[in-house]
Every structure is written in structure tokens, then in C-alpha cells.
Design a protein around this ligand. Structure first.
Ligand code: NAD
Length: 473
């Protein structure tokens, strides 16, 4: 595979996109649909190559996992954009208040201009092409900087995009943190970042210099709350699926479990059975992804060692069948009783380690969550709807799945994003389209307008009109 360098230096590429975006502000529906179609075609035609590249980057990651978690979500999003675009790009009528009638008002939906997208490595296709396609559908030019930790995938993406698009339409820029820093300093009309909270802070600071608005899709510790009314066996399968998909390297993976005190042994049994059902073996099982790099693998092992050294009970719940460590596949573990000051309890885990913490009542669980930064996702399992509503009304988070994990991300009608430390701004569906759109408010005055009633000199007529309006409003 050849590394395709960007054809132009970064700033020159940006200038070319910027100039093109100002030369054609009214981007017709047919061109937007054509650009979307080109993204869809390059993904569909090269789906096998793309998933082989992802596999090469991870070491172990099955084509089916990439198909479901990367390509399916991406295709669903693009299909919805193609379908809804004619409706979404139309001017939206807005009701005009009595005192301005008979004027009319509408929102004119326009492209922002040039959108920068910085992507992570964990779902390297969905989280890059997804926002890029949405920004193109909204009529923008796009520069995309995928992760340096998936070099095969990123290089192939650059090659395919270069074949299908002019550089001033859509370009992929390759590089690590140095290039990323330069990239986030460009005066984009919008900068869309997916990655860690720590790097998100740097991106927000760099963008602020140019007053570039940002969307930050960040990470954090997403709680999974098990209610006393929960069927543990059913919940354990869904929690194990959400935690172990991509070996825990999912931004919305349940990070830790809050469990009614006394149910620890039952949960341990149910979770171990669920793991065995989903992954009868770990070592060499292509469905069970490897940890992306030696550095990430070592960090996860350190988190476990620290927990064990401080007296936590670490339980390896992998089914018998060999040590997975050689291929950077990491056995799934439960951690009972972790000390609250451990890194395991402060940092996003991003691996197959699941801390289990007992609570003494729903208010106790709510208090625990509210003491911490606002999470990207929240999960609740049970049948007692009053208890569910108590949790949902008293915590603030990004998306929620009730009696499941992860699935809210696949619902194109639900905006996807975080709040506070887990990010700001959301995308998917119309929320995504609007993220990359200027909704220009337009008031169209009528020749019968009565605005002169408010003009000076402020005499008796003015007082009568204001008096009437006060009674009407
Ligand atoms: P990361 O923050 O290390 O890197 C993300 C991207 O930022 C990469 O392309 C990288 O090159 C770039 N980057 C690095 N330094 C930069 C800088 N100084 N300025 C600008 N860009 C810079 O994240 P990662 O390790 O690739 O991904 C894992 C993290 O992403 C986790 O925290 C996870 O929760 C989060 N994530 C969030 C979502 C979401 O939708 N909210 C989705 C996936 C991952």
C-alpha cells in the first residue's frame, strides 16, 4: 500500500478549499447527492480492502466486526442523508408574531464553508467518513485527518478519496500529533473532533484562536446501573456485548457497573456465562479484537496491576482456552472493590476491564454519578420504571440506552454526542446536518407592514399601540 502524501501543503490545501467554498456558496442538491454517492461508492467498492486494512492495523479484528460497527452504521447514516436531504435543505418557515405580521420569516439553510474533521482509531471508518459525509451533504468542503494509529486504513482512505474527489472538495490529510496540531490551527468554518477529552481541550483552545466553532465528541466513564428489578442473566449478555465489542475500545462502552449490594456473586456468574456465550475462546478468536497498540495494552495491564496491588479482587472471566496476551488480545476481567482513587476509577478504561461497584439504593447510585464528570453514555437495566425515571431525571449525560448498551448510537433519529467533559455538540441525522449548516434567519417585510407605529416621535399613538400590545401578549 502506498502512502499518499497530501498533494498540497496543509495551508495551501486549506486555501484552495476556502476559495472554492466562497466561489460556490449555493451548492445544489444534485451536487451534494453526487458527493454523498461518491463516498458510498468508494466504501462499497472497497469494503473488503478497507476491512482488511482495519484488521492489519489492529492485528486481530474480524471483518464482521468492521462490517457491523463501522460500515453498517456509516451506510445507515448516508442512506438517511440521501433520503432526507431534499427536505432538510429547504428553507424552513418560522411563525411570525402578531406585532410583525404580515411579514413572513424563514430559516435559509446554507453550507458553512470548509469543515475540518479529526478522527480517532477505534472505529476508523464510521467516525471519519460519517461526519465527513454529513458535512458534504450540508454542502461543505471537507478536510479529514484520520488517526496515525491506524496507518493502513488511513492511507487507503486517503488514496480512495483522492481518486473520487478533487482536492478542493474533499481531502484526507495524513499525519500524527504534529500534523494534527497544525490542522486544528487552520481557520476552518467548523472543526469536528472525535477523540480523548485531554486532546479535545487542546483542539478547543487551538480553534478558539480563529473563533472556529467546534464539535467535540470525547470520551469518559459511562456508568451502567443495574436496578434491583433487573434480570441479571439477560442484562449480563448485553453488558458483556457492549463492554467487549472491539475489546472495550468503544467510546460508549459501559465503563463500570453499579450493582445493588449483595448481588456481586450472582453478577460474576452471569457475566462469565455471557462472555463464554459471546466468545467461546479468546486467544486467536477473530471476533475478539486485539488492543490497538503495545502502549495501550501495557497501560491496561498497569491499571489491573495497580488495582490488584491495592486489594481489589480481579477476576479473569475468560473461558478456558489459552493465554490471549501474545496477540495483544486481552482477557476480559471484572474488578470488585477497586479503591476510589485508583486510575482505573478516574481514567476512561477503553479496554475489556469492568469494575463492579455495589450501591445501597438508587439515590446512592445517582449521587455517585453526579459527583463525577458528565458521562458520554448511561445505561440502566431493570423493569421498575419509577426507578428508571428517577435515575434519568436526576442525572445529566450524553445518550442513554435502557435495557441495552450501545444501541442508541445506531438510531439516526437520536442526536449523538456528549455533555461537559464528554464533549459538546451532537451529530447523526438532522442534528448532524444542522451541525454543519448555517441557519440564516430571514425576515421578509410586507408592504402592509405597520412598523411605522413604533417610530418616533413617541406621542399618544405610540402609547396606545404599546398599551394594546401589552394586553395582547
Ligand atoms: P486521541 O485524542 O488520542 O486522538 C484523536 C485524534 O486527535 C487523532 O487523529 C490524533 O492524531 C489527533 N491529535 C492528537 N494530538 C492532537 C492535538 N494536539 N491537536 C489536534 N489533534 C490531535 O484519541 P484516540 O486515542 O484516537 O481515541 C480514543 C478516545 O476517543 C477515547 O477517549 C474515546 O472515548 C474517544 N472517542 C470518542 C467518540 C465519540 O463519538 N464521542 C468516539 C470514539 C472515540
Amino acid at each position: 500500500m502506498t502512502q499518499i502524501p497530501p498533494t498540497l501543503p496543509l495551508r495551501a490545501l486549506f486555501d484552495a478549499q476556502h476559495n472554492a467554498s466562497r466561489a460556490q456558496i449555493d451548492v445544489p442538491l444534485v451536487l451534494r447527492r453526487d458527493r454523498l454517492e461518491r463516498v458510498r461508492a468508494l466504501v462499497d467498492t472497497h469494503a473488503d480492502q478497507l476491512s482488511e486494512a482495519v484488521q492489519a492495523d489492529f492485528g486481530v479484528r474480524s471483518a464482521q466486526l468492521t462490517e457491523a460497527a463501522d460500515l453498517f452504521v456509516l451506510r445507515a447514516g448516508m442512506a438517511q442523508l440521501q433520503k432526507q436531504l431534499p427536505r432538510w435543505i429547504k428553507p424552513q418557515r418560522v411563525h411570525t408574531p402578531l406585532y410583525l405580521q404580515p411579514a413572513s420569516a424563514h430559516l435559509q439553510r446554507q453550507p458553512l464553508g470548509v469543515v475540518g474533521v479529526i478522527g480517532p482509531w477505534n472505529y476508523p471508518l464510521q467516525l471519519t467518513f460519517g461526519p465527513a459525509a454529513t458535512a458534504l451533504a450540508a454542502g461543505n468542503r471537507v478536510m479529514l485527518k484520520p488517526s496515525e494509529l491506524t496507518p493502513h486504513t488511513s492511507a487507503l482512505m486517503a488514496e480512495l478519496v483522492q481518486q473520487a474527489f478533487d482536492a478542493d472538495e474533499f481531502s484526507v490529510v495524513l499525519g500524527g500529533p504534529d500534523v494534527a496540531r497544525e490542522f486544528s490551527g487552520l481557520p476552518f468554518d467548523h472543526l469536528f473532533f472525535t477523540g480523548s477529552t485531554q486532546v479535545g481541550r487542546q483542539v478547543a483552545a487551538a480553534a478558539a484562536v480563529n473563533l472556529t466553532p467546534t464539535t467535540l465528541e470525547l470520551g469518559g466513564k459511562s456508568p451502567c446501573v443495574i436496578d434491583a428489578s433487573c434480570d441479571l442473566d439477560e442484562a449480563a449478555v448485553k453488558i458483556a456485548h457492549g463492554k467487549l465489542l472491539n475489546a472495550g475500545q468503544t467510546c460508549i462502552a459501559p465503563d463500570y457497573v453499579l450493582l445493588p449490594r449483595g448481588q456481586e456473586a450472582a453478577f460474576e456468574r452471569a457475566y462469565a456465562a455471557a462472555v463464554a456465550r459471546l466468545f467461546p475462546t479468546i486467544a486467536g478468536n477473530p471476533d475478539y479484537a486485539a488492543i490497538v497498540s503495545e502502549r495501550h495494552h501495557a497501560r491496561l495491564n498497569t491499571l489491573l496491576d495497580e488495582a490488584q496491588a491495592r486489594g481489589a479482587r480481579v477476576v479473569d472471566v475468560s473461558p478456558p482456552g489459552g493465554d490471549a496476551q501474545g496477540a495483544r488480545q486481552m482477557n476480559p476481567t471484572l474488578v470488585f472493590g477497586p479503591a476510589p482513587d485508583l486510575r482505573l476509577m478516574h481514567e476512561e478504561i477503553f479496554g475489556p476491564i469492568l469494575p463492579v461497584l455495589p450501591y445501597d439504593g438508587m439515590d446512592d447510585a445517582i449521587h455517585f454519578i453526579n459527583l463525577r464528570p458528565r458521562p458520554l453514555a448511561l445505561y440502566w437495566f431493570g423493569s421498575d420504571t419509577a426507578s428508571r425515571d428517577r435515575l434519568l431525571t436526576r442525572t445529566v449525560s450524553g445518550g442513554v440506552s435502557v435495557n441495552d448498551t450501545l444501541m442508541h448510537v445506531a438510531h439516526e433519529g437520536l442526536p449523538f454526542g456528549g455533555v461537559g467533559d464528554s464533549g459538546w455538540g451532537s451529530y447523526h441525522g438532522e442534528a448532524g446536518f444542522l451541525r454543519f449548516t448555517q441557519q440564516k434567519p430571514v425576515l421578509v417585510q410586507s408592504r402592509w407592514a405597520m412598523g411605522y407605529l413604533f417610530y418616533p416621535p413617541y406621542g399618544a399613538r405610540f402609547q396606545r399601540v404599546m398599551g394594546l400590545l401589552k394586553r395582547l401578549l
